[in-house]
Write a protein that binds this ligand. Structure first.
Ligand SMILES: [Zn+2]
Ligand SMILES: [Zn+2]
Length: 356
């Protein structure tokens, strides 16, 4: 007689099902039983939600509204405005743009609007364009700079001041919590380069001017409401750093339950990279990767980020590459350990299923 059918083991089976909630979304992400549903439900992206209808479109297909997706590609630097308006045809030019997008975002270069590509396209992201020239051709380095490689040129020791716009701030997070988050975000960058950041009392004279803005706010880069574009910042030595006031910003996900909540510290750390002169990276776990899912915290600089910013400013004398490597490796090992645990649980479930 199979002991698998005993009450205890069945209880264990259902306990595994209910307690390992992290297991099943992880599987669903890889081979979705219904990609349409998952993309719709998981991403909760009001702004680019309708792009789901282009899933699996390829060259030669004609889908009503494809022109809107072409505008998205134009906005982020992959297509130039045509002489006439964009058409709804998936043409050769769009395919080339898609290849470039997939390469820049670290995706498989299929030239099709496959599941993985659509998931990234529909994810909330930074408003800064992706079009930059990679700094070098070394296969393991993917960081990039803005055109002309601008950087701050103040004399050494370099100190950059920052301030928050008194008129453009959110009120549902305390100012002291916002300041704490930004202090931590700035300190991550100052720990790797010989640049210090200090909060200025006077907003108008600060090097870096931070504010929360809604919609069109006068710099030609209108924000788009909930999710979609989250923030943008200008290259050196401009210093403007804008966050979309329409987002549900969070400093603590246990307190902020919204499915569309965006981690302020993660976005702050990313935008500071732009303020310093880094463009977007194709390394998915790098801070300078352009997209960030809701309710996700991603605040640690990765080797790609550090190499990129140190090539502009040099290294902080106190910076230790070994400690960065260790923290990068330990987070990778943590991920592998979690994946392994998930795999074991899945195996147990499969064995149960076979026996039942
Ligand atoms: Zn960005
Ligand atoms: Zn702006």
């Amino acid at each position: 007689m199979f002991r698998f059918f005993s009450y205890d083991t069945l209880t264990l089976f259902f306990l595994l099902l209910s307690s390992s909630s992290s297991v099943f979304p992880a599987i669903a992400t890889r081979s979705p039983p219904n990609p349409l549903t998952e993309l719709t439900v998981d991403i909760q992206n009001e702004t680019w939600h309708s792009f789901i209808r282009f899933l699996d479109a390829g060259k030669g297909s004609h889908v009503t509204g494809m022109a809107e997706l072409k505008k998205y590609f134009q906005r982020f630097g992959y297509l130039s405005f045509p002489e006439n308006n964009f058409t709804d045809l998936f043409d050769h030019e769009f395919e080339s743009a898609l290849f470039m997008y997939q390469k820049n975002l670290g995706l498989s270069t299929t030239g099709k609007l496959d599941y993985d590509t659509m998931k990234v396209i529909m994810s909330p992201r930074c408003g800064v364009s992706d079009t930059t020239t990679p700094h070098n051709l070394h296969a393991t380095k993917h960081y990039a700079y803005f055109y002309g490689e601008p950087r701050w040129t103040k004399s050494s020791p370099m100190i950059l001041s920052y301030a928050f716009s008194p008129a453009n701030i959110i009120d549902y997070i305390s100012l002291s919590d916002i300041k704490t988050v930004f202090r931590r975000a700035f300190s991550r960058w100052s720990s790797v380069i010989p640049v210090n950041f200090t909060e200025a009392g006077d907003y108008s004279s600060a090097d870096i001017k931070i504010g929360f803005y809604k919609g069109d706010h006068g710099d030609g880069e209108a924000f788009d409401g909930v999710l979609g574009v989250l923030a943008h910042a200008f290259s050196p030595e401009n210093g403007r750093f804008h966050l979309d006031a329409a987002e549900t910003w969070a400093v603590d996900f246990t307190a902020e339950k919204s499915k569309a909540a965006v981690d302020l510290e993660s976005v702050a750390t990313h935008e500071i990279g732009h303020v310093l002169g880094l463009a977007h990276s194709s390394v998915k776990n790098a801070i300078m990767y352009p997209s960030l899912s809701p309710r996700t915290k991603k605040v640690d600089l990765k080797i790609d980020d550090v190499e990129g910013v140190q090539a502009l400013y040099g290294s902080n004398p106190n910076f230790s590459y070994n400690s960065l490597l260790e923290s990068n490796i330990s987070s990778s090992w943590g991920f592998i350990a979690m994946e392994r645990r998930n795999a074991i649980l899945v195996l147990i479930v499969i064995i149960f299923s076979l026996c039942l």
